[in-house]
Design a protein around this ligand. Structure first.
Ligand SMILES: Nc1ncnc2c1ncn2[C@@H]1O[C@H](COP(=O)(O)OP(=O)(O)OP(=O)(O)O)[C@@H](O)[C@H]1O
Length: 443
């Protein structure tokens, strides 16, 4: 080998090692500087072929110069049989691809729909696109009249979720991350009541921990219903204004809550306000977030003597759900199942819980019950959640959109520490129940 060859070889090895080190130690900058431009070039160069393979192209008649008419290729017979230099031929036209914009995990791109196409046409071929683009997943994340936005992710964004549940905004928590790489944010003022369903060990309690950690530093009251004998919520008692652990305590606490709602209703009426948010800030009652663990326990009947108590519980819970939004009482109802077999009260309650979180479930019916009349793709996604990924859930708000998401891991100790740290912010239940009777002006 000559010296020049040794030098070239040495240079190539050094460049490869440098690229490897760059990618290994600074993956983000490597992605933006090298990985993304290469991927983008590949996507544009192969788009027509990929779109054809995914049946997204449309046939169009177009004028094309025929090869027979090119002088160098012209044969005697072609000249005789093919007189035109330009002919109309059928071509496959791919939808127009917009500018690829890099994200930390992949890229977003807007695609102009062909006439007659709808966003669902793209939803159906997302898996095919992911294989063609050699990425982890492709999702339709947005659509506008005439276009869809596709999001391609290189790896699963739900591995190693490391967000902080505290948002610094009242009644807003960030329990995890969505599959599209964005934060998963629960805003109780937008979606007031949530159903959190899932099989055992699916991540329901972890989500409750994240919500408690997010709410603990806020000026809100947190109330717990824990019919598992208090084992779930007792560690958070310093930050709970009230905790019910037996059925009798539950009935009493629900009575109190209905009383609080009735008082808030009266205050608003006297002040001429439609809801507590229209009252002056200094006189606005403290928002209350109610956590119910294993809701089925509230409805299960051991013998007939419990019938009246259960009926009372169901009615009170339903009233809290119906009136809560306007009067700042919010519900998070957790359970393995919340089926109609638990009684008619449960079905009525479920219809009031407009926010839905479906963790891994054991049976398809639970996914159906939780996600109800959602897109069938949401149900398929819920049934596909693996046992090895606790905390992964399908979440749906009242606008009908759904996302795959994962809660951030918050251990019991962490949530307990947050509860202790912010114990001073816990309003006493007696103060919440004894509401000021002075008529208050609307803001
Ligand atoms: N987001 C997450 N990331 C990582 N691990 C998680 C996550 N969520 C839950 N886990 C783990 O999964 C296990 C089960 O979680 P969790 O106790 O929240 O489930 P659960 O649905 O409340 O179960 P159960 O109904 O039996 O109480 C726990 O060991 C927890 O550490």
């Amino acid at each position: 080998m000559t010296n020049a060859m040794y030098a070239t070889l040495g240079f190539s090895v050094a460049a490869a090692a440098g690229a490897w080190a760059w990618r290994h130690w600074l993956p983000r900058s490597f992605w933006y500087a090298v990985g993304f431009p290469l991927k983008a070039a590949r996507v544009y160069l192969t788009w027509r072929r990929v779109a054809y393979g995914c049946t997204l192209t449309r046939k169009r008649r177009a004028w094309r110069l025929s090869l027979e008419a090119v002088p160098g290729l012209r044969t005697a017979s072609a000249v005789i049989h093919e007189r035109r230099r330009v002919r109309r031929v059928d071509i496959e036209r791919a939808p127009r691809l917009g500018l690829l914009r890099p994200t930390g995990l992949g890229w977003r791109v807007r695609v102009r729909l062909h006439d007659g196409q709808i966003p669902e046409d793209y939803v159906k071929v997302c898996d095919r696109l992911a294989h063609a683009w050699r990425v982890y997943a492709v999702r339709v994340v947005d659509s506008a009249p005439g276009s869809v936005t596709l999001l391609a992710t290189m790896s699963d964004p739900l591995i190693g979720v490391d967000v902080s549940p505290e948002t610094g905004e009242l009644l807003t928590v960030r329990p995890g991350r969505l599959e599209n790489g964005r934060d998963w944010v629960i805003d109780f003022r937008t979606v007031p009541h949530w159903l959190n369903a899932g099989a055992t060990q699916s991540g329901k309690s972890n989500l409750a921990n994240a919500i408690i950690k997010g709410l603990a530093p806020q000026p809100v009251a947190i109330v717990g219903f824990d019919l598992k004998g208090g084992v779930e919520f007792t560690p958070y008692a310093p930050r709970l204004s009230a905790l019910a652990t037996t059925r009798t305590e539950c009935v009493r606490l629900l009575d109190d809550l209905v009383g609080v709602l009735t008082d808030r209703m009266r205050i608003c009426r006297e002040a001429g306000a439609r809801n507590v948010w229209r009252l002056l800030e200094q006189v606005r009652p403290v928002p209350i977030v109610v956590l119910v663990d294993e809701v089925a326990e509230l409805f299960l009947m051991a013998d007939k003597s419990e019938k009246d108590e259960i009926a009372k519980t169901a009615t009170a819970l339903l009233r809290v759900a119906q009136l809560g939004r306007a009067f700042a009482v919010y519900l998070i109802v957790c359970g393995q199942r919340i089926g109609s077999d638990l009684g008619p009260g449960v079905t009525a309650l479920r219809s009031q819980l407009s926010g839905r979180i479906c963790h891994r479930v054991n049976d398809p019916e639970t996914a159906n019950m939780t996600l109800g009349d959602m897109d069938p793709d949401a149900l398929d996604a819920a049934r596909a959640i693996a046992a090895e990924t606790p905390g992964v859930a399908i979440i749906a708000g009242q606008d009908g959109t759904w996302h795959r998401a994962r809660s951030v891991y918050v251990s019991e100790e962490e949530a307990e520490a947050a509860a202790r740290q912010h114990a001073a912010l816990t309003p006493a239940w007696a103060d919440l129940v004894a509401v000021d009777t002075v008529p208050l002006k609307a803001a």
